[in-house]
Ligand binder design. Structure first.
Ligand code: ATP
Ligand code: MG
Length: 468
């Protein structure tokens, strides 16, 4: 398997199949294509495929049990031909691991769907892996962070996932609220069912009600057929109400009713419908302030914040910056088939001191941009955009400054020995790697480790780091 994973492509139209195959091969995926002599499922199993891409026409002729067998194993990207009407359960992505794409194909869209499918599959793989702390493996594979606030957050997410309680995630933009919501779903008993996100700020007010609760045919102009809402799609799963602070007053009342009674009425329906959903809501606004200014209902606020979680901004957990940088670097190097070796000590120092108003998203975007523009070699301060260079005088090397000292006093309240030791180890490894400019052999020498032992440690810690 290549680093990006392997994909099975089945399309009755050979031209489309070959185009998709060539494009994804170029993107670094290992491709297997359909061939009429081997049964569909056998190929998927034998080639240890991660993602399946198939056109609707192809899916319609294979055995009816494909859905259970394939979907239980792999995310599926369905290509839908022009004017072709899909089976309702494929077109309306009732399952979180079904993605649909309309032909004629837009390759950018295809690329981003495949990335989403890949993300889904990697979460699932961790979920299925056996042994010890599945939760920790899953969390640390998706949410990076060894700082104390992030370790506390992981612990909270793990505990919360086991319950059905409503969760309210607050934090500045780009801190990882959606990532945390997805982790809660993946770690819960509901992970086999849908995780359904709704961005309350992005859907026009007059459409949001029907989007959430569905509607019956004829209930308003344009309602040509009954349509299920997001609540129904999330039945037995998790509904993620994003940007909840932007929800208008009339809908706040309706949401409150669902939270109280676990039932709702589709627009235009005369009967209410029962539903079993776990609600996770998120906002980057201060809901308490909105309650005071009467822009958000107090009763709804209390219903939502049964378990409040706050994700701290990146500037309050700077220890996480190096490992985030190296994880993103490794991901974008692989995605873009580039070979940026790493960040020089100085450039890493500058980035660790920066304020990061856009938090992890801003950091992720910067690393992507640098990988594209630099292409190879080591990122040095001159490569950084101006705004990162202006401002403070950098008088210390933050990576060093953040290493816990061997003579750390035991705090009054005690300490989690394992995470303290882990943090100590991670910081020393990151220092060795940044001093060696990403060269693992040299870094291993600095740590008095074998190169293979260092690589093994990096893998375990999910501290992907490019370079030799
Ligand atoms: N701890 C983390 N580890 C790895 N990636 C992260 C982490 N936190 C955030 N990200 C990445 O940063 C980006 C932003 O995260 P996410 O969308 O979850 O933030 P958000 O808080 O929902 O932002 P917004 O308020 O703007 O919607 C995503 O690409 C996500 O994968
Ligand atoms: Mg978000």
């Amino acid at each position: 398997m290549t680093e990006n994973g392997s994909i099975f492509i089945a399309d009755k139209n050979v031209k489309t199949r070959d185009l998709v195959s060539a494009f994804l091969t170029y993107q670094g995926y290992n491709i297997a294509v359909s061939d009429d002599s081997t049964p569909f499922f056998d190929t998927i199993q034998k080639k240890n495929v991660d993602i399946v891409i198939a056109d609707l026409a192809y899916l319609k002729v294979i055995a009816a049990d494909f859905k259970e067998r394939v979907l239980d194993r792999n995310p599926l990207v369905v290509l839908i031909g022009y004017g072709e009407v899909s089976d309702s359960d494929l077109k309306q992505p009732a399952r979180e691991n079904v993605f649909t794409l309309q032909k004629p194909l837009n390759l950018d869209e295809l690329e981003s769907l495949v990335m989403r499918a890949r993300e889904y599959q990697s979460m699932k793989m961790y979920d299925c892996s056996t042994g010890g702390s599945v939760q920790n493996q899953l969390l640390s594979s998706t949410m990076i962070g060894s700082s104390a606030p992030m370790q506390a957050l992981f612990e909270m997410i793990t505990k919360v996932a086991a319950s059905n309680a409503t969760v309210l995630i607050q934090g500045e933009s780009g801190t990882g609220k959606e990532l945390a919501a997805r982790a809660i779903h993946q770690l819960s008993d509901r992970h086999g069912k849908n995780f359904v996100p709704v961005n309350c700020a992005a859907i026009p007010d007059d459409l949001l009600e029907s989007e959430l609760f569905g509607h019956v045919k004829g209930s308003f102009t344009g309602a040509y057929a009954n349509r299920a809402g997001r609540f129904e799609m999330a039945d037995k799963g998790t509904l993620f109400l994003d940007e909840i602070g932007d929800m208008k007053a009339n809908l706040q009342v309706k949401l409150l009713r669902v939270l109280q009674n676990r039932e709702f009425e589709p627009v235009g329906a005369s009967k209410s419908q029962k539903v079993d959903v776990r609600i996770v809501a998120a906002t980057n606004k201060n809901l308490e302030e909105l309650v005071v200014s009467r822009d958000f209902r107090e009763d709804l606020y209390y219903r939502l914040s049964v378990i409040p979680i706050t994700i701290p901004p990146l500037r309050e957990r700077r220890e996480d910056i190096p490992v985030l940088i190296h994880t993103f670097l490794s991901r974008f190097n692989a995605d873009k088939r580039n070979a940026v070796k790493g960040f020089s000590r100085d450039s890493l120092g500058i980035l660790c001191n920066y304020e990061w108003p856009g938090n992890v998203r801003e950091l992720e975007n910067l690393v992507e941009r640098l990988v594209i523009l630099k292409g190879s070699g080591l990122i040095v301060p001159e490569d950084l955009p101006e705004k990162y260079l202006s401002g403070k005088v950098y008088c210390f090397t933050p990576v060093e400054a953040l290493v816990p000292q061997a003579d750390t006093m035991l705090p009054e309240a005690g300490i989690c020995l394992n995470s303290a030791v882990e943090e100590f180890e991670n910081n020393l490894i990151m220092q060795a790697l940044s001093r060696s400019g990403g060269n693992k052999k040299e870094a291993a020498l600095l740590l008095n480790l074998k190169r293979t032992t260092l690589i093994e440690k990096l893998k375990k810690k999910n501290m992907a780091f490019s370079g030799e």
